[in-house]
Design a protein around this ligand. Structure first.
Ligand SMILES: Nc1ncnc2c1ncn2[C@@H]1O[C@H](COP(=O)(O)OP(=O)(O)OP(=O)(O)O)[C@@H](O)[C@H]1O
Ligand SMILES: [Mg+2]
Length: 344
């Protein structure tokens, strides 16, 4: 125990927001030191082995542009671990990168995982971190980390509602007294929105575009509601009929129409949670409003759109893409908070 305490003082404890789209690593007392896409580029050699070519940003840039024997993989898709082996390699890579192999002291690591991972998946994440040199590993669920990162006071007997719209999942949680009272996770978030845009353009314009272009359209011109500053974007793709490369001008209205279905599903999930929220906590939410975190919170007008659906105030957290990482990091610094909210 005493030795553990002494080691703790010198170790580089860290926290990891293991997202399906982005992984963020935060070092105690140093802040966020890694913020990269959760993508791994693999090269299959002639012996059938998977060799890692690149991880993170470099690997994401390879998506859709790789030759036959190279694959850019997102090992965590739709909020589940699609490939255990590659996920483990990715976790190890980020931990080693964070430490630059300088430290001889094994860190304590808090990892934020999607809500609803199975026991097998949770065990796999823990074991990956242990085998990468962690001394202790704690898991925290995403809605909780998001709420802490958005500066909500989760310890009070007050209901808080947070909606985290990431790449793979949208997680909606009501938190009170340091615990998740109810939570719902749907596999409709950034990725599904990108896909809906790709599908819409294929249907309406007979134009084939990749997921990366779909994401760009969402970020550049996507709006959840009609705004005064409607913009347009020139996009290139392959015409399905002629097979030729063509470019078209896409408007915010197109993007809004394309995103309609997935956004509606997020709105419905939010309505469902509110219906299930115990009355006293619902009263607090009416007073405090709803907080949006995750990259999806940056979709223009989404706060107003959701607010119109549920007739409650909706706010976007400061730096929504960083909220979960900041919340996970805060847990690392407050060991009492850690003991209160960890459940594995
Ligand atoms: N400015 C923006 N406007 C709209 N969407 C954005 C913007 N910036 C990022 N996104 C989207 O946010 C998503 C990634 O968000 P985030 O990093 O919170 O996900 P994640 O934590 O990796 O995923 P998850 O929480 O589902 O595991 C992507 O779908 C990305 O396209
Ligand atoms: Mg996330």
């Amino acid at each position: 125990m005493i030795l553990d305490h002494v080691i703790g003082l010198f170790s580089n404890d860290m926290s990891i927001d293991l997202g399906t789209a982005n992984t963020l690593v935060l070092l105690k007392n140093k802040g966020i030191i890694i913020n990269e896409p959760s993508v791994v580029a693999i090269q299959n050699d002639k012996y059938g082995r998977n060799n890692i070519l690149a991880v993170g940003k470099e690997a994401k840039d390879m998506i859709g542009k790789t030759p036959g024997n190279i694959e850019a993989i997102r090992p965590m898709k739709d909020g589940v671990i699609a490939d255990f082996d590659i996920t483990e390699k990715m976790i190890r890579y980020f931990i080693e990168k964070a430490h630059k192999r300088k430290s001889f002291i094994r860190p304590r690591i808090v990892i934020c995982v999607p809500y609803g991972l199975t026991q097998v998946e949770r065990k796999a994440v823990k074991e990956s971190a242990m085998s990468a040199g962690a001394r202790e590993v704690y898991l925290i669920e995403e809605p909780m980390a998001a709420a802490i990162g958005a500066d909500l006071d989760i310890k009070k007997p007050h209901g808080n509602l947070v909606v985290d719209i990431g790449g793979g999942t949208t997680e909606i949680g009501v938190i009170s007294l340091g615990g998740l009272v109810i939570c719902k996770s749907i596999r409709v978030a950034g990725d599904k929105i990108d896909r809906a845009i790709v599908d819409y353009i294929k249907k309406k314009y007979n134009l084939l575009i990749g997921d990366r272009t779909g994401e760009n359209i969402k970020i550049e011109i996507g709006t959840a509601i009609k705004t005064d500053e409607e913009v347009s974007l020139n996009i290139k793709g392959r015409d399905q009929i002629s097979g030729l490369l063509v470019s078209i001008e896409l408007t915010s209205e197109d993007a809004r129409e394309a995103m309609k279905e997935p956004l509606k599903e997020i709105g419905n999930a939010l309505k469902d949670i509110l219906e299930l929220t115990p009355p006293d906590l619902a009263g607090d939410i009416v007073e405090n409003g709803i907080v949006l975190t995750g990259g999806g919170a940056l979709i223009r007008g989404l706060d107003k759109y959701l607010s119109e659906i549920v007739k409650l105030p909706v706010y976007v957290a400061e730096e929504p893409l960083l909220a979960v990482a900041k919340g996970t990091g805060r847990v690392l610094e407050e060991i009492d908070l850690l003991k209160q909210i960890i459940n594995d």
